[in-house]
Design a protein around this ligand. Structure first.
Ligand code: ADP
Ligand code: MG
Length: 261
């Protein structure tokens, strides 16, 4: 199946995998109230790669946590395939900047985690783990422990673990923020290849505008105080994308202008 064959609605647009509808989140404490998000609206089509970009403090992680079901909104809703998100679930695979791997588990055992939770039987579990390690190029490191891996490799384990349970949505919060620039470029290429191979819907949070333009079909550009959507930018560039292309630079400049960088 090619990208063009993906499910579409009556208007030929991809069906909505994620629907963020009038979303608001207020944090209240005795000392202060923070309107982290106010009336955030956007959607993500099935199989789409969407980046959320914006300055520090504009509510990116809050948005990620609401979509993940780790927190509840104070207004509006997040819907996944039309159903309101009311808590975490295996339909959403998560990848964080801090890796979040279990240090006492090998690579294989880390990838196995969600499958064990789901009670997937052993033969199928083994098959799934093999497939995932192959997908992220870590088959030779199945028995290594996280501390023996580079940052890039740890993040590939994180991706394999998130994808092992075959989620509807891959949610990533600044996943490559802690790796060096060269490794990041490599991970971008790998993630795009995993994306086209698995046909997953990806929602990727970053503060790095170039990263967003490198990866996404659309970029949701946010602003702070209160956290809100400034503009949704369609990135109409063929992949793989080159930072040195004039058109690439125009997108970056446009988005940076929106953010005020
Ligand atoms: P980003 O990820 O874009 O940097 P966050 O979502 O982390 O932004 O934070 C958005 C705003 O909400 C910030 O002002 C932050 O201080 C505030 N905030 C985030 N989490 C909490 C919390 N648990 N309690 C109170 N305020 C919070
Ligand atoms: Mg954040």
């Amino acid at each position: 199946m090619s990208l063009e064959d993906r499910q579409t609605d009556r208007n030929g647009r991809p069906t909505r995998k994620v629907d963020v509808d009038g979303l608001g989140k207020r944090y209240e404490s005795e000392r202060q109230t923070v309107q982290a998000l106010a009336d955030v609206n956007f959607d993500v089509g099935d199989g789409e790669f969407v980046c959320i970009v914006g300055p520090s403090g504009c509510g990116k992680t809050t948005l990620f946590r609401l979509i993940a079901g780790l927190e509840m909104p104070t207004s509006g809703a997040v819907r996944l395939d039309g159903t309101p998100v009311e808590g975490p679930g295996t339909d959403r695979g998560m990848v964080f900047q801090e890796y979040g791997l279990f240090p006492w588990r090998t690579v294989r055992e880390n990838v196995a985690f969600g499958l064990e939770e789901q009670g997937v039987e052993k033969t199928e579990r083994k098959r799934r783990i093999r497939e995932m390690l192959d997908l992220v190029g870590l088959s030779d490191f199945a028995d290594a422990y996280p501390k023996e891996l580079s940052g890039g490799m740890k993040q590939r384990v994180g991706i394999a673990r998130a994808l092992a349970v075959d989620p509807e949505l891959l949610l990533m919060d600044e996943p490559f923020g802690a790796v060096d620039a060269q490794t990041r470029d490599m991970l971008h290429a790998e993630l795009l290849s995993i994306w086209s191979e698995t046909q997953k819907t990806v929602l990727f949070v970053t503060h790095d505008v170039e990263e967003a333009v490198t990866l996404s079909d659309r970029v949701v550009v946010m602003a702070a105080d209160p956290g809100r959507v400034r503009e949704v930018v369609n990135v109409d560039l063929a992949r793989p994308r080159e930072r040195t292309d004039a058109a690439f630079a125009e997108y970056v400049e446009h988005i940076r202008g929106l953010i005020g960088e």
